[in-house]
Write a protein that binds this ligand. Structure first.
Ligand code: ADP
Ligand code: GLC
Length: 474
C-alpha cells in the first residue's frame, strides 16, 4: 500500500513541536511493518535542506489568483530517514527559514497543497491513501473530492489527523479565487462561521478523522475552538489513536545528545551524571530535586501561570528544589521567567529559545517534568520523560490523562492534578518533593517507568488497520 503523509513539519527536516516528531517517525515504523509510506512537506530555507541533496521529480506552475509561481517537487537523495521524503519548493512563498507565522501563510500552504496534488496527478502509481496532518493540509480532502482538476483522485481515501484543533487556518472567502475550479454548490464544505476554514473542511471531507489521543477526541466534542458541534456530528468517522514515540531517536542507551548513556540497570549513575552536567551548566545544586519544564510558552501549556507557580515554590522555605525551564513563545512570559533568575540564583534558571540537544539532556538529567497544560491533545514530552526515567507531573487532560497514572492509584508512577491553577500545580510539586525524600520508592518508580512501552511499534498498527478499513472498502 502506498501511503503519503502530508504535513507542514517533519523531524529532523523542520520542527516546531510534536507534529514534527510524529510525522518524522510514524512513516518509518509503517515502512518497517511492510507498508510503503512517504512524506511530502514544504521546502523551507533551513539548515537541514541546505545540508542535504535533493533530486527534482516534478516541476509545474501554480496559479494563485493572477500570480503564477514556479513550483517543483524534490526527492531527498539519502535514505537515512527510513522513508522517502519529498519537499515542495515554491520560490517566493515557501523559501523562508521558519515554518509558520508569515502574513501570507494562507497562500503559502494553499500553494503547497495544490502543488502536491498536481504532482499526484503526474505520478505513474497514484497514492493509495493520503494522510493529512492538521489544518495546513486540510484543504486536500476537499480539493481531491470536489475540484475538477483533481477528479482522478476522488476515489483515493483521505485521513485527517488532528494534532491541535486550536489552530484552524481560517481565511476570508475573498481568497476563493486561489482555489482550483469546483462546482460552487460545494462551497458549504469549506465554510465555518462565514469563513473558509481548512480544519473544518478537512473534518467534513476526509474519509476518516483521528485525534492524537482517545481523551482528546472526547474533549473536542465539548471544546474545539468553535468546531465542537461539527466534531460531534462527525463522530461516526472519528477515532482517537494515541501517538507513539521514536524509540531509536529517544533512547537513553544510545542518545548522542546526552552526557552519559544509561539503561534501566544503570539508571542511578546515568541520571546522576546527566544531572551533574546540567546543574553545572545552569549553576544549580545537584543535591536538590530538579524540576524541569520544556515546551512552547503558550496558553495551552499553562505558560502564563508558570512564573507565579515557580515564584510560589521557590519562596516556600519548607521546599528545597531546583527549577530549569527550556522554552519560547509569549514574550511577556519569557520576560517574567527570566526576571526570576536574579532573585533565585542557584535554584532556578532558564534557557529561552529552542534547543533540541538541551531538551534531550533535560529529559535525561531531571527528576521531574512539569506539564500543567490547559489543553494537551497528546503530549510527547511526558513519554520522552518516562523513557529517560523522569517522573511526569501533569494536569490530567487529553493525552496526559491517557498516559500518566497518579502515584496514589494502583500501578501509579506520576503526579496528576485536575486543573491548571497555581494552587494545584504547586501542590503537585510539593507531593513530588515528598516522594523524592523517600529515595527507595522514588528510585523504584523511575526504574519502572523506563520500561513503559510508548513506541510506535504497537501504535503504528492502529493506523494501518484504519487505512485497511478504507482501502478494502474502496
Ligand atoms: P506541542 O507539539 O504541543 O508543542 P508535544 O509535547 O507534542 O507538544 O511536543 C513538543 C516537542 O517539542 C517535544 O519534542 C519537545 O521536546 C520539543 N520542544 C518544545 N519546546 C522546545 C524547546 N524550546 N527546545 C527544544 N525542544 C522543544
Ligand atoms: C500537537 C499537540 C501535542 C501533540 C502533538 C503531536 O502539537 O499540541 O499535544 O503531542 O501535536 O501529535
Amino acid at each position: 500500500m502506498k501511503i503519503i503523509h502530508i504535513s507542514a513539519e517533519c523531524y529532523p527536516v523542520a520542527k516546531v513541536g510534536g507534529l514534527a516528531d510524529v510525522v518524522g517517525s510514524l512513516p518509518k515504523y509503517q515502512n518497517k511493518l511492510g507498508f510503503e509510506t512517504a512524506v511530502v512537506m514544504p521546502y523551507y530555507e533551513n539548515k537541514f535542506n541546505q545540508n542535504n541533496t535533493y533530486t527534482i521529480v516534478h516541476t509545474t506552475r501554480i496559479e494563485m489568483g493572477d500570480t503564477q509561481y514556479e513550483a517543483s517537487v524534490l526527492a531527498l537523495q539519502s535514505s537515512k530517514l527510513g522513508y522517502p521524503l519529498y519537499t515542495v519548493k515554491i520560490p517566493g512563498l515557501l523559501d523562508r527559514e521558519d515554518v509558520y507565522s508569515y502574513p501570507d501563510d494562507t497562500e503559502r500552504f494553499l500553494a503547497f497543497q495544490k502543488t502536491t496534488l498536481d504532482w499526484f496527478l503526474h505520478l505513474e502509481t497514484k497514492p493509495e491513501l493520503v494522510h493529512c496532518h492538521d489544518h495546513h493540509t486540510g484543504l486536500i480532502p476537499f480539493m481531491m473530492s470536489k475540484a475538477h482538476k483533481y477528479e482522478s483522485l476522488s476515489d483515493t481515501p483521505s485521513v485527517l489527523t488532528i494534532h491541535n484543533a486550536q489552530y484552524q487556518g481560517q481565511f476570508s472567502f475573498e481568497k476563493l479565487h486561489y482555489f482550483p475550479e469546483y462546482d460552487l454548490s460545494h462551497s458549504g464544505l469549506l465554510e465555518w462561521a462565514e469563513q473558509i476554514n481548512p480544519l473544518a473542511a478537512a473534518i467534513k471531507c476526509a474519509w476518516k478523522i483521528t485525534t492524537v489521543s482517545p481523551s482528546y477526541l472526547i474533549e473536542l466534542r465539548a471544546a474545539a475552538n468553535g468546531l465542537e458541534w461539527l466534531l460531534d456530528n462527525e463522530k461516526g468517522k472519528s477515532s482517537g489513536i494515541l501517538n507513539g514515540i521514536d524509540t531509536e531517536v529517544w533512547d537513553p542507551e544510545t542518545d548522542p545528545m546526552i552526557s552519559k548513556n544509561f539503561h534501566s540497570n544503570t539508571i542511578d549513575s546515568g541520571k546522576r551524571n546527566n544531572k551533574l552536567f546540567l546543574c553545572d551548566q545552569f549553576e544549580l545544586d545537584p543535591k536538590k530535586p530538579l524540576f524541569v519544564f520544556i515546551g512552547r510558552l503558550v496558553g495551552e501549556k499553562g505558560a502564563e501561570l508558570l512564573p507565579e507557580i515557580f515564584e510560589t515554590l521557590l519562596k516556600d522555605s519548607e521546599l528545597d528544589l531546583n527549577i530549569l525551564i527550556l522554552g519560547s513563545g509569549d514574550s511577556e512570559v519569557e520576560k517574567q521567567l527570566d526576571t526570576l533568575k536574579a532573585r533565585f540564583k542557584g535554584n532556578y534558571n532558564t534557557y529561552i529559545g529552542y534547543d533540541e540537544k538541551l531538551s534531550h539532556l533535560m529529559y535525561a538529567g531531571a527528576d521531574f517534568l512539569l506539564m500543567p497544560s490547559r489543553v494537551e491533545p497528546c503530549g510527547l514530552n511526558q513519554m520522552y520523560a518516562l523513557r529517560y526515567g523522569t517522573l511526569p507531573i501533569v494536569r490530567s487532560i487529553g493525552g496526559l490523562k491517557d498516559t500518566v497514572i497518579d502515584i496514589d492509584s494502583k500501578g501509579g508512577f506520576g503526579i496528576c492534578h485536575e486543573h491548571t491553577t497555581v494552587a494545584e500545580a504547586t501542590h503537585a510539586v510539593k507531593r513530588a518533593c515528598g516522594l523524592y525524600q523517600d529515595q527507595t520508592r522514588f528510585k523504584k518508580i523511575r526504574k519502572q517507568i523506563m520500561q513503559i512501552d510508548h513506541s510506535w511499534d504497537s501504535a503504528a498498527t492502529n493506523y494501518i488497520e484504519l487505512y485497511q478499513s478504507l482501502t478494502h472498502q474502496n
